[in-house]
Design a protein around this ligand. Structure first.
Ligand SMILES: Cc1cc2nc3c(=O)[nH]c(=O)nc-3n(C[C@H](O)[C@H](O)[C@H](O)COP(=O)(O)O)c2cc1C
Length: 338
């Protein structure tokens, strides 16, 4: 998979997820086998660039290349400025968000709402590709709603603007997260464009990743929710792609160690107050389905300090009867010990 001058080590990309794909999570996923991880989106509103949140989002210290930063907005000039700002802060790839259905984004006609206005899409893409000399990528949905799937047209606009990779989530903006992602439109786009295509949506296992690549002929897959609390999914898919065989699921012991390292990284990055709060959702994801985890999560969510949170997490794992055993994932992604 090639994005401009960057050759990714494999076809596996971590999807941008606001509130999730912060620097600690991106670094962890890359260590666990992802070829690239797109940052959480940075607003194109320059008034926000001074905020602690944006400064934190724009920091890439210690990150493995290529560093891809997502920007969102609807004004071509502001988006061009945002691209320049992030390139100056160390971004090596600028990714444009036209795929997020969040109200906060769509109400200002940004994110996937932009897909309705193809002329504006062209203006934004042109403004950004002219503003920076690093590769620019685009993330879209299949269209505005099921009657207006214009991904093929948007891909043509993107190709004309010099976009270097196109990620497509196989749902329309109107679908939000309902129903199953479809891959026919992604296959159509792949057949109609020379830009590398990244297939996204509902990829939860190595087998599904392979099926999606075979069906769409996409150059890579992008994985979001399935990596929450399960960053080793990249190692599993990478191994399956290379060997055709499945890796055994992780041992509970390894999950414990990965989680503890992740917690330390979050505390270092955010400090104690925010670190403890942000860690709660990750702890919940890592422990989902493990015996006694519901009670543990309830107690853990009341804890206020890093010391208490670490101690509770350690105690929970040490007390698991199946400590040292492996896990298996059921269809609905509940984890059970075997
Ligand atoms: C919590 C969360 C936050 C997200 N934030 C963004 C975002 O900032 N930018 C974006 O383009 N997509 C965002 N998405 C969409 C994902 O990148 C991805 O397209 C979607 O989740 C489908 O992939 P999946 O089925 O592998 O999760 C977000 C998704 C989730 C679940």
């Amino acid at each position: 998979m090639q994005i401009g001058p960057y050759t990714l080590k494999n076809k596996l990309i971590v999807a941008p997820m606001a509130g999730v794909t912060d620097r600690p999570f991106r670094q962890l996923c890359k260590r666990m086998g992802a070829g690239m991880a797109v940052s959480e989106m940075v607003s194109s509103n320059s008034l926000l660039w001074g905020s602690e949140k944006t400064r934190r989002r724009a920091s890439h210290e210690g990150e493995v290349a290529p560093i891809s930063v997502q920007i969102a907005g609807a004004d071509p000039q502001m988006m061009a400025d945002a691209a320049r700002y992030n390139a100056d802060q160390g971004a090596q790839i600028i990714d444009i968000n036209m795929g997020c259905p969040a109200k906060k984004i769509c109400n200002v006609m940004a994110g996937s709402a932009l897909l309705k206005n193809e002329m504006l899409v062209g203006k934004i893409l042109d403004a950004i590709t002219h503003a920076v000399d690093i590769p620019v990528t685009l993330k879209i949905r299949t269209g505005w709603d099921t009657q207006h799937k214009n991904a093929v047209t948007v891909a043509r606009i993107a190709e004309n603007a010099g976009i270097q990779a196109l990620a497509i989530h196989g749902r329309t903006r109107a679908c939000a997260y309902r129903g199953d992602a479809e891959y026919d439109t992604i296959a159509e786009v792949k057949a109609s464009t020379k830009i590398p295509v990244i297939a996204n949506g509902d990829i939860t296992t190595p087998e599904k990743a392979k099926q999606v690549i075979e069906y769409t002929h996409a150059d890579a897959v992008m994985i979001g929710r399935a990596a929450q609390g399960r960053p080793w999914i990249f190692r599993e898919i990478d191994y399956y792609f290379r060997t055709g065989k499945s890796l055994p699921p992780p041992e509970v012991t390894e999950i414990h160690h990965v989680l503890i390292d992740h917690l330390h990284a979050l505390y270092n990055f955010y400090g104690e107050y925010s670190g403890v709060r942000i860690a709660r959702k990750h702890i919940s994801w890592y422990t989902k389905g493990l015996i006694g985890s519901a009670t543990f999560r309830h107690t853990m969510n009341q804890l206020q300090t890093t010391e208490e949170q670490l101690a509770a997490t350690n105690t929970f794992f040490y007390q698991l009867a199946n400590y040292g055993q492996r896990l298996t994932y059921t269809e609905d992604e509940v984890v059970i010990a075997i």
